[in-house]
Design a binder for this molecule. Structure first.
Ligand SMILES: [Zn+2]
Length: 333
């Protein structure tokens, strides 16, 4: 079916991984518990949904769902009685999968499948299971039933309980190459120059490239640079930090992640500008104006990496942003 969204044809990149998954589905060797591990926005969720469709489809061909049967339609519409998706619930300050969500899934999963011979459960953002939820999930994995297949998706595999990790097979989804991202953007009617620059800023994630296209990435970059300039001119006060924290509080985590990424790239550029062409080639003059010692740049980049990692936990965004800005502020003194 040409318009069926849950087709492998709609997932680009990951050729070897896709072949393996298709083979497992076709041969009936798909693991009962599997972790799809990889950064945000590279197609893990789409891959998982295609797997679910293929596993529940009445008429799959070589691991490809037919797209025409009732099961395929219901999986695509998320109305299939044997298909569940558990996702984190976002509040203003936290991001969690709670035990109630896992219990609800378990109580449904304890019944026999209704429309198919098996059931598929996707847990998206599995690292956001809180301790109680994770322990409850572990129990389910310890008592596997042949009827239920669990697909856990995570951008931070080490954030999962070791005991959960050890009970699942892990399939890694690698970062996409800039060329893969660029070509797909062009295929979606984005002009070549924009596609080229988005593919570089996106850092291996197609989802991020799309988010950047729709967001104000240029503005975020400007804010990152002007913040650094202000810090280095020693004009950055605690009041500025709280003011910026207040703004960031209204951002998505994705946007703050972009802010951090831009800062990191600007720092790297400032460090290498005398020996190689900067990534932000349009900012050369201002980058030269950032007079930072090599030692400081290293520790600033290290700090950025650390906070980028923390961003993947459920830390409060505003507190995290303010802590980061305070660190920058202190380190540049
Ligand atoms: Zn089908």
């Amino acid at each position: 079916m040409e318009n069926f969204k849950l087709s492998w044809a709609n997932l680009f990149g990951h050729a070897a991984t896709v072949n393996l998954l298709k083979k497992n589905i076709a041969e009936g060797t798909f693991p009962h518990a599997v972790i799809f591990s990889g950064i945000e926005g590279i197609g893990k969720r789409l891959a998982a949904e295609i797997c679910a469709a293929a596993l529940l489809c009445e008429n799959p061909t070589d691991g490809e769902p037919c797209g025409a049967c009732e099961n395929c339609h219901q999986v695509a519409a998320k109305s299939h009685p044997d298909f569940f998706i558990v996702e984190p619930e976002d509040t203003k300050t936290t991001r969690n999968i709670k035990i109630g969500q896992i219990r609800e899934m378990q109580s449904q999963a304890s019944l026999s499948p209704i429309n198919s011979s098996r059931r598929v459960v996707i847990i998206d953002g599995a690292e956001f299971m809180n301790v109680a939820a994770a322990n409850s999930m572990l129990k389910t994995l310890e008592e596997p039933t042949s009827q239920t297949i669990f697909i856990l998706l995570t951008a931070n595999r080490s954030g999962l309980l070791m005991t959960i990790r050890s009970r699942c097979r892990t399939i890694n989804f690698a970062k996409l190459s800039p060329a893969e991202i660029r070509d797909e953007l062009i295929r979606r009617d984005i002009d070549e120059a924009t596609a080229q620059s988005l593919s570089i800023i996106a850092n291996g994630s197609f989802g991020r490239a799309l988010a950047l296209k729709d967001s104000d990435s240029a503005q975020v970059r400007e804010l990152a640079l002007s913040t650094l300039e202000k810090i280095f001119r020693e004009e950055f006060t605690s009041e500025d930090i709280f003011k910026l924290g207040e703004d960031i509080d209204k951002w998505s985590r994705e946007k703050f992640s972009d802010f951090l990424t831009h800062l990191q790239k600007i720092l790297r550029d400032a460090w290498t500008i005398e020996i190689s062409a900067p990534i932000n080639s349009d900012l050369s003059e201002r980058l030269r104006g950032l007079k930072i010692s090599e030692r400081k740049i290293f520790s600033l980049i290290e700090t950025g990496t650390l906070f980028h990692k923390r961003l993947k936990t459920n830390a409060n965004l505003r507190l995290l942003a303010e802590a980061y800005l305070f660190r920058l502020h202190e380190m540049t003194r």
